[in-house]
Ligand binder design. Sequence first.
Ligand code: SAJ
Length: 402
Amino acid sequence: MANVSVIGLGYIGLPTAAVLGSHGHKVFGCDVNQNTVDIINSGRAHVIEPDLDAAVESAVSSGSFKAFTTPQAADVYIIVVPTPFKGEEAGVPQPDMSYVESAAKAISSLVKEDDLVILESTSPVGATRKNVADIIEGARPELKNKLHYCYCPERVLPGQILTELIENDRVVGGLTPQAAVKAKAFYKTFVKGDVFETIAEQAELVKLTENTYRDINIAFANELSSICDEKNLNVWEVIKFANRHPRVNVHFPGPGVGGHCIAVDPWFIVSGSPEKAKLTHLARTINDAKPAYVVDQILKGIEDTATDTVALLGMAYKPNVDDLRESPSVEIAKLLKTKTDAKILIVEPYVDSMDGFELADTKEAVAQAGVVAMLTNHKEFLDITLGELEGKAVVDTRGVWA
Ligand code: SAJ
């Protein structure tokens, strides 16, 4: 078992730290936010995820996990910080690797010979070498070729993080074969799934491939849905029956693609290979255009029914979670507000308030509105009956009433 320093205690770093703590490691977490550190050290989680509070409480109270605002010395370092965008080049969002580089700089004064340094943040191809190893070796030239660098993407689904951290297969990509072997042995201390060794650049592209596969497939479903609208066909039935073919798995249309991953990661492929990544680029464009398409459908509903009230059901980026970040539903609400004087009733059972909008109860909103748009198919909405929708214009982006 090892001393492990986890840099970044967000949606992935915190559960990872708690799981490592419960598997015999001594974990030093680090986050730049003092408030986050205080909450964690009081035995609670600052992000909402099933069972995470209990896991943090158990790891902190047993003494196996403590949080700090600066990185602590250890034998294994895991960098799990955000990799957002930093503006566009030729219309393509570019990855901002500054948090990764700051983390690498911060640990460069702590590392010693034979330590394992792992990057888990979603990153463009080449980041483990360029944004981590080169930075550390630049600061500590005497440690060149004496540390083990590895890229190991996280691939857990929000809502199931604690289970998937342990059950899912992992891919570890080393800058050297020895680094991959060492990283595999480390992950096997808590991962029940298989752990596969490869080179760092391939592991980086594996992560981007997973989310891009999903984005392209959803773009196809969104394209199919507008083709079906044009031809007055039922896209949900088309997909359901096509998927009865043993080798077909069409994903589902929706109001657009949200969250921090699927709508972001494909751009890391496009920015690295702008000439080659044509399909990836187009899929992003199709999915990003979907909220405006839904707004047009709602505006048509307002016109057709001559109503002065619209109900928007669900603001989270996907069902049964409270996460409104990068949510197409929120984009739809904001855009709609600029285009209509109709009253917009927002129904979102998973949050208490939303800036600039009135939150309403499901049944009341549906009863009052002339247009009802199903944006996020939370389980709380599934008992709305067709009778309650009679005489209204319905924009069903999730196929709940199809
Ligand atoms: N969506 C559709 N149609 C579909 C499936 C999803 O419109 O058929 C939309 C959802 O409504 C949502 C968005 O896509 O707005 C993304 O949701 P998701 O549940 O597909 O994925 P995330 O973003 O919550 O988590 C993904 C996962 N990646 C894959 O399934 C390949 C997760 O395993 C990754 O760890 C995570 O991204 C990440 O951190 O990269």
